[in-house]
Design a protein around this ligand. Sequence first.
Ligand code: NAD
Ligand code: DAU
Length: 355
Amino acid sequence: MIFVTGGAGFIGANFVLEWLEQRDEPVLNLDKLTYAGNLHNLESLQGDARHIFVQGDIGDRALLERLLAEHRPRAIINFAAESHVDRTIHGPEDIIQTNVVGTFRLLEAVRQHWQRLAAQEQQAFRFLHVSTDEVYGTLAPDAPAFTETHNVEPNSPYSASKAASDHLVRAWHHTYGLPVLTTNCSNNYGPLHFPEKLIPLMIVNALAGKPLPIYGDGMQVRDWLYVRDHCRAIARVLDAGRLGEVYNIGGWNEKPNIDIAHTVCALLDELRPRADGQSYRQQITYVTDRPGHDRRYAIDAQKIERELGWKPAETFETGIRKTVQWYLDNPEWVAQVQSGSYRDWVAKQYGRVND
Ligand code: NAD
Ligand code: DAU
């Protein structure tokens, strides 16, 4: 089996769903269920013996040791993190605890487990760390996109914590020989995205008649990738990536934030027009910029394409249309997330979430 951390969050849940749609290999899923963890995301796996869910913290050494000994996974895929830049600006303590200390404890527990394996199992073992393009810092408008050898120059508490975890993973490979892989991906979007992030926030606020807040001048550029494309890239790196290597993953799809807002509004105008006949664009509001806001990210994804044959399957046009349609089709998911009732549902539905 594989051992996924943070598998009740946006990308982790999409990964678990994609994995079990494609393969029969079971998934052990450890998630702390912070505000970002939502077991509703995995509702379709209820009763599926291939999915074992455990509520817990990647920083809990005793729990990790027990799970590793009991389930003997052949690979770890570490998604667990505090992932929201704005939240981590307001309170950076949690990101240090989870993204840095948590990754360290996970690495240590996995290293001890791995060192005790038989030679053949040791060779086949993998630790895949899921990271972000934000570790590379910001790009000038005409600068080439980030390659894997770009300087690491994080500018926010979040990106600094992710860069720190990437460095730990690298060091555990060089010093202890742990068979690691690291992926640095650009901005994801798609179903199950928590509506604190730009795209889902635009969709749910537009439908609720609320303002669509655009930071600063809205000309910050991000490189958007459909979440299932990211999940397939991770699976590909796990299967065939070279040990100790970093793989950048991106959508070749740079867009300023204001264009994203316009695209979402245009799709909603088409699919769910406002009762007053006006465009959702009327709701766009420019607000104070994020402190230290990085101006541009862009990923050069040639290495993963050349070495592993991965390319995104979705274009932005197909991916964003699917995404907007998913939010229109799943108002109860949005309502539960907004009211916080998805957390009560966890207790009711999963009474015993701890292993
Ligand atoms: P998310 O915030 O939606 O989900 C994070 C999950 O981790 C949640 O289910 C949460 O409960 C869990 N978690 C948090 N702290 C934990 C802990 N201490 N122990 C166990 N579980 C814990 O995040 P996401 O957007 O799905 O991102 C997943 C990973 O991908 C993160 O490592 C993030 O840095 C990285 N990433 C995200 C993006 C993006 O665009 N969202 C892009 C590139 C990389
Ligand atoms: O680049 C990868 C990163 O993408 C991941 O590592 C992070 O986990 C993920 O959260 C995301 O970070 P961003 O800060 O780029 O995503 P967010 O959706 O918060 O913001 C996207 C852009 O939109 C950014 O330039 C800030 C802007 N923005 C965001 C929000 C929430 C707005 O203009 N208004 C908003 O209300």
